[in-house]
Structure formats: C-alpha cells, structure tokens
Design a protein around this ligand. Structure first.
Ligand SMILES: [Ca+2]
Ligand SMILES: [Ca+2]
Length: 240
C-alpha cells in the first residue's frame, strides 16, 4: 500500500511539474463550473438520476391524463431545471403527427395564492412561460421560443418575447430537460408594472397540449395532478 501511495504522490508531482502556467487554474475553473451546474441541458438524463433534493410529482393513479408520467424540478444558483418523463406511446404519436406540442411553465413568485391566475391548479399563479417542445418535423424543439407573461388586472401582459435566453431545453426519446434562467426572468419582471421577482422559494407547475389539425390547442396533461383533477403547485427552494 505504501508503495502505491508513494507512486501516486510521485505521479501527482510529475503532473504538476509538467503543467504549463495557468493550466491548473483552468482545470480548477472547470471543476467549479461542474459543481455549480448540477444539470446539463444535453438530452442525457443521468445527471437527474444522481441529483438529490429535486421536488417531484408523478401522474396520479386516477388522473384524467396519460401523457406525462413524471415532473421533477430543481433550482440552484441562477437556474431552475425541469425534467419531464412522457408516456412513450404518446410521444411516438406526436412525432408521427409532427406536432409542435406546446407547453406552459406556471410560476408563483410572491408566496401568495389568492390572486393571479386561478384556473387549472389548486392555487393561483402569477406567470406563464409558453413554449413548444416539438419542432413540428417529428423531433424535439429547444424551447428557445419561450415567452413570458404575467397576470395583471385579469389579463396576460407579455414581459418577454421569443429567443430572450429565458429557456433552453433538450429532449431525447420520451424525456425532456428544460432550464429557466432566473436572472433573465428577474430582469424582465423588474420592469413589470407589478414586479414580483423570484426569490429563494417559489411554486411551479406545468401544462401540456397537443395541436389539433385546425391548430387549436387541446389539453394533454397538467402536472402535478390529483385523482380526478388538478393538483397543488410544487414548492421549490433554491439549493445553495
Ligand atoms: Ca442532462
Ligand atoms: Ca401569487
């Protein structure tokens, strides 16, 4: 054992002495970046399997919907991450139909539930981010077309248009991961007539749709849900 330890120590010294100036700094930076970003939006979901502290909801056994099996949410640093696991058969049909497959992320940021939009979940929420998860050509979209609207005076006011950098996503098979940039969100919200920035705790949910041949949106699922109806918003707190 001692011999191995010495050998390892010698190899480390050798590696350090061979490094060019600045090379170690770069390695350190990379390591730090990996620590700071627990999830990479790359269509590989093994990072979710290793993640601790995400809040999640599974499709209720008596749910009105079948298309989404599971939703997980995790927030850290400047980002909120969503993981969605769909029903395999449903996704196959969507891609065969070249569906654009719209979705909405709902957010409540002021800790208060009796105002905002009251429909579809058991609590009211202040914001929706609307995006397409399907690219309309049989594949996943990147969700870069996410728009941000706030419920003000019983109407939806648009705070951000498409391609603002607010959302980015990647799908693979029947799974999807999505990232929301809190800095971009809060910068837009600061300019709102009723600013409600996202602090360390917020509530969220998602709605999913299919597009009919006439282009009409039809409800596909709501997560979280409860037996026979809508569920409570998920409460998420940013990890340090
Ligand atoms: Ca990933
Ligand atoms: Ca609210």
């Amino acid at each position: 054992m001692k011999k191995i330890a010495w050998l390892l120590a010698a190899m480390t010294l050798f590696a350090l002495s061979c490094s060019k100036p600045g090379q170690n700094d770069k390695k350190e930076d990379k390591k730090q970046d990996e620590t700071e970003a627990p999830i990479t939006i790359d269509g590989d979901f093994t990072d979710w399997a290793d993640l601790k502290g995400a809040v999640s909801a599974r499709n209720s056994s008596e749910s009105l919907w079948e298309a989404v099996k599971e939703l997980r949410v995790y927030a850290q640093g400047d980002y909120v991450y969503y993981y969605i696991r769909f029903d395999k058969e449903t996704m196959k049909e969507f891609f065969e139909a070249n569906d654009t497959f719209p979705a909405r992320v709902n957010l409540n940021t002021d800790g208060e539930f009796s105002s905002g939009y009251q429909n579809y979940f058991l609590q009211g929420y202040d914001f929706i981010i609307e995006m397409s998860l399907g690219n309309g050509a049989g594949g996943w979209a990147t969700a870069e077309n996410g728009t941000l609207c706030q419920r003000i005076n019983d109407g939806w006011s648009e705070l951000l248009g498409e391609n603002s950098g607010l959302t980015i996503g990647k799908g693979n098979g029947y799974e999807y991961e999505l990232m929301l940039d809190r800095t971009i969100f809060n910068d837009a919200v600061a300019k709102s007539a009723v600013p409600m920035p996202m602090g360390n705790t917020f509530q969220t949910s998602m709605r999913f749709y299919e597009t009919s041949s006439s282009g009409k949106w039809e409800e596909l699922s709501n997560m979280p849900n409860a037996d026979g109806g809508y569920g409570n918003l998920l409460e998420v707190t940013f990890s340090k």
